[in-house]
Write a new protein. Sequence first.
Length: 126
Amino acid sequence: MDMKTKDTITIKMEPDILNLFWDEEGFAIGNTEFISVNEHYEVNLNINGLQEWLWEYENQCLIPCEAGEISLENLNKTFDWKSFHERGLAFAAQVKKLLPLYTELIYCSPFEDSSGIIDDDGIVIK
């Protein structure tokens, strides 16, 4: 049964440079320190290892690809997306516990990932 209602706020957790959380329109609403759920409510995150996980993505995937140091094809042959997503999903579960009940959290792969481990629609975190 789908628990989503018209009052549900959907938040995407998708790594990108300096940001990690996005609203339904694609606007950045949070990083590893906080999420602005709406104009009236902000969730402070204090999750051990979350910042390092995002830095790993930025420094080993995003920045090298943007700088032309590695191609997306080579990145996807060498980067351990399985481990990255296992840890990301564990962090997402911790984040979900901090969010209000009226929020839906969807874990998504970053742009650079073509492993197919995470479906294009993401994974709804329960």
